[in-house]
Design a protein around this ligand. Sequence first.
Ligand code: SAM
Length: 333
Amino acid sequence: MENNPIQLIDQYDRHLNYLRISVTDRCNLRCLYCIPPEGIDKLTHGDILTYEEILRLARIAVDLGVDKIRLTGGEPLVRKGIAEFIPRLTALSGLKEVSLTTNGIYLKDHLEGLRSAGIKRINISLDTLHRERYEKITGYDGFQEVCEGIRLARKLKFSPIKINVVVIKGINDDEILDFAKLTLKKPYHIRFIEYMPIGVASKENILRHVPDSLIKKQLGDLGKLIPVSKNALDGPAERFRYQDAPGEVGLISALSNHFCATCNRLRLTPTGSLRACLLSDQEIDLRGPMRRGASDNELAQIFLRAALTKPHSHYLASENSILPTGHMSAIGG
Ligand code: SAM
């Protein structure tokens, strides 16, 4: 609520107006860089926040100036009741935008509902354009389902439709130009995401990291990269368009070219902890106080405290970096 003089501002004067809510740790895929082959201990029903609890916390966050919420996970569309929850979330007054990050497997069944709930922006994770490779990366033969979801999203006029591609050396770094070529004919926004050393993908796999300079160089081989200017609700991607192309390419580089100085994010984990930086393990619990009867005002104070824990920047790029220990699927990617 803009009228509320108390806003989520951190020690470095960043206004934290963007809350990413992970509604579940569960996922229907087993991406090799995200979930270890032996799996992850699943949270119990009682561990994760109920939809009522999420709505209450979202309302408190909106009162503190959050105007943009993204639902993520795990896979948000696998949680039972998500279709009924989303319109209740989008109905919160003061929110300018609610968006969703999904692997796209169940997307086509949800698109009509998402559209009527007022969601226009969706991010779909897709790391390859080859069916067999998709199965190798994700452990599931779901390439066609994701493609159908993307096509239907376009038909239903979702915009922008962002396709998140985590670029991994030796796995899919030979597909950068194929993804980029899609933008010459279709209005997709392809986001090349730098592989981050988190969870399964931690230090020993750092060799799989492809720096954004290399990705950009390859993109430049397809044509002149015309910079696209950003608006207030845009994320951290460095964006480009090819001449006359309906789509865009973008680079999200948490390591090579980190965007900490302008990071406006807070994360709410499925267990109700606030995490001010994806790449730092520091979290503050809201669930305990909430279940013990804390008032809205007391919970708002916890939000404000969490904002103050936001580090100036993460230290992953340095030699002696401390790697985060959590898994992306449990934190909320
Ligand atoms: N299930 C949803 C999805 O697939 O989009 C949301 C959760 S998923 C954890 C969110 C994003 O995090 C996906 O695009 C995934 O590729 C990305 N991700 C997971 N591990 C990553 C890593 N080590 N480095 C970079 N991105 C990663």
